[in-house]
Write a protein that binds this ligand. Structure first.
Ligand code: NAP
Length: 273
């Protein structure tokens, strides 16, 4: 496909089931502009992931809920970044799968806690929570889930190197270097409350919420009130997007470009609130 000037237009996009107000086209368009690349980034919302896989004619794409594991299983090959996680969020033109969420998370969270051997309390263990759990030492990790039955506790603990697993209503009140929220509680469209009370938040030195919409969740408001270092997941979203550009066409970005894209994304989110 060519653009108005006869230059080949690269085609990328985001695959998901419900993409309503995704910020991804906004972020990726800024990244293409910063690279001087002529490309489009469209949303591909579908209920049939196999049909998409067979018919999509793209130079690369990202994957979001609930298809990261399906695409992992469909890929011709998976890069080590995805093999460790068992989920793919970025596919290149050869249909090789990658996981750029790991890069996005580790780079983003390092601003509030850069010790991946530290005592960490993780809330939730779905797609993103599992990725987060794999970044930490199992013996120092406490994972809080809802409806924690004995078999759920045992299987999650086994999967994450002997992590302590508990019900979210019975979190051990001990010192944590980091409290990380990987549940959707507090996200736009979900219950607007903190997933844990002040008694738990008080135990942590720093609080990280993967949610970026709203930018200040009830959890982050409480953490700020209690004087904790805290951060949302907006720059994680931008970092994982930038890493996709590196994979797709070798795109590299100056720190100042990324900082500007994070600033503009925050402004764009404010507009939609
Ligand atoms: P997911 O796969 O659906 O997992 C959600 C987890 O939260 C599950 O463990 C779920 O438990 C738990 N949960 C759901 N509702 C809960 C509640 N009311 N109380 C306690 N636990 C609850 O979702 P995900 O993909 O991991 O995403 C989680 C969050 O991270 C979302 O807010 C998403 O927007 C955010 N995220 C951000 C980025 C970023 O770039 N910043 C990237 C990925 C995800 P059950 O298993 O019992 O349902």
């Amino acid at each position: 496909m060519k653009n108005l000037f006869g230059i080949d237009m690269l085609k990328f996009g985001l695959l998901g089931k419900k993409l309503g107000h995704s910020l991804s086209p906004f972020i990726h368009t800024l990244l293409f502009d910063a690279s001087g690349i002529t490309a489009e980034y469209k949303l591909y919302q579908t209920d049939d992931v196999t049909e998409f896989w067979q018919n999509a004619d793209l130079d690369g794409f990202n994957v979001t809920i609930p298809y990261k594991v399906d695409i992992y299983n469909l890929c011709s090959d998976v890069h080590s970044s995805a093999a460790n996680i068992g989920a793919v969020n970025c596919v290149d033109s050869r249909r090789v799968g990658y996981n750029t969420d790991v890069y996005g998370y580790t780079k983003s969270v390092a601003e509030v806690c850069d010790d991946f051997g530290a005592k960490v309390l993780l809330l939730g263990c779905g797609g993103a929570g599992s990725m987060v759990a794999k970044q930490y030492e199992g013996k120092n990790l406490v994972i809080a889930v809802r409806n924690a039955t004995a078999s759920k506790i045992s299987s999650i603990s086994k999967e994450f190197g002997g992590a302590t697993v508990c019900d979210i209503s019975q979190i051990p009140l001990q010192k944590y270097r980091l409290l990380c929220n990987a549940t959707p509680v507090g996200m736009a469209g979900f219950e607007q409350k903190s997933p844990v009370g002040d008694d738990v938040i008080c135990c942590a030195d720093a609080v990280y919420d993967l949610i970026y919409n709203p930018q200040k969740t009830p959890l982050l408001s409480a953490a700020e009130r209690l004087g904790k270092r805290c951060k949302n997941g907006l720059d994680m979203l931008v970092y994982q997007a930038a890493k996709s550009h590196k994979i797709w066409y070798g795109g590299e970005f100056e720190g100042s470009d990324i900082a500007e894209i994070i600033r503009l994304s925050a402004k764009e989110l404010d507009k939609s609130c």
